[in-house]
Write a protein that binds this ligand. Structure first.
Ligand code: 13P
Length: 258
């Protein structure tokens, strides 16, 4: 870990009603107190955003959405816009998650339009990139990550670069219990920072957070977060219970002191 403020984000996916979400937030807030060394973002489903936003008031926790459309409004049944999210005091939005790409057919061009729309609305995008198992086995991990990153960030102005957060999520590690080793993850994170440096310059790239996601758990987090270019985590399963999630926040705090 470096001087960048670590970020631990919980991607609840399609889990938790609004009521359950508020209970989880209250338990997390009580456990982390006013710990400020680690930035914490909770990303509930749309239906819980309003209640969770109200529940984090006065705490150190921020709220993110899991997706959005790139248009401000219009005939897009089932979609929500950046302006609607901002109105609920949402500050972050996950974009291009592999489940959106593979299950819902989102392509790099659509994801890029969302990234630009999020920035336009002063929402911080968490852009997800990562290779499939077959791509890793074929030795094309870096090609895939390069394509997703370059196309996803096309047109992002340099003065907004540090509003963008990248999440490297090897698809084969998501929800499978298989984690990239710290060395494997660090290699890709360093490559991502190299690409960010080429696009935005060393100073901005040095400030941007690159999160790891994919079966990050309390028992493997210390080693991952100790790597120089791993600035936090995007957590799925382990974000659904307060104890596990808070343990990850504590790992990130510890990595700062190391
Ligand atoms: P898991 O932590 O459940 O593997 O999920 C990771 C993820 O997809 C976060 O966005």
């Amino acid at each position: 870990m470096s001087k960048r403020t670590p970020l631990i984000a919980g991607n609840w996916k399609m889990n938790k009603t609004a009521t359950e979400g508020v209970e989880l937030v209250q338990a997390i807030a009580a456990a982390v107190g006013i710990e400020s060394a680690v930035q914490i973002v909770l990303c509930p489903p749309f239906t819980a955003l309003s209640a969770v936003s109200a529940a984090v008031e006065g705490t150190h926790l921020a709220v993110g959405a899991q997706n959005m459309h790139d248009k401000v409004n219009g005939a897009f049944t089932g979609e929500v816009s950046a302006v609607m999210l901002r109105n609920l005091h949402v500050t972050h939005v996950i974009l291009g998650h592999s489940e959106r790409r593979s299950i819902f057919g989102e392509d790099d061009a659509f994801i890029n339009r969302k990234v630009l729309a999020a920035l336009e609305a002063s929402l911080k995008p968490i852009l997800c990139v990562g290779e499939l198992l077959a791509e890793r086995e074929a030795g094309t991990t870096k090609d895939v990550v390069r394509r997703q990153l370059e196309l996803g960030l096309q047109g992002v102005p340099a003065n907004k670069a540090d509003q963008v957060i990248i999440a490297y999520e090897p698809v084969w590690a998501i929800g499978t219990g298989k984690t990239a080793t710290p060395a494997m993850a660090q290699e890709v994170h360093a490559f991502i920072r190299q690409l960010l440096t080429a696009q935005f310059g060393a100073e901005s790239a040095g400030r941007m957070r690159i999160l790891y996601g994919g079966s990050m758990k309390p028992d493997n987090a210390d080693a991952l977060l100790a790597e120089h270019d791993i600035d936090g985590g995007l957590i799925g399963g382990a974000a659904l219970d307060a104890k596990g999630f808070v343990a990850l926040v504590q790992s990130a705090a510890k990595s700062l002191a190391a």
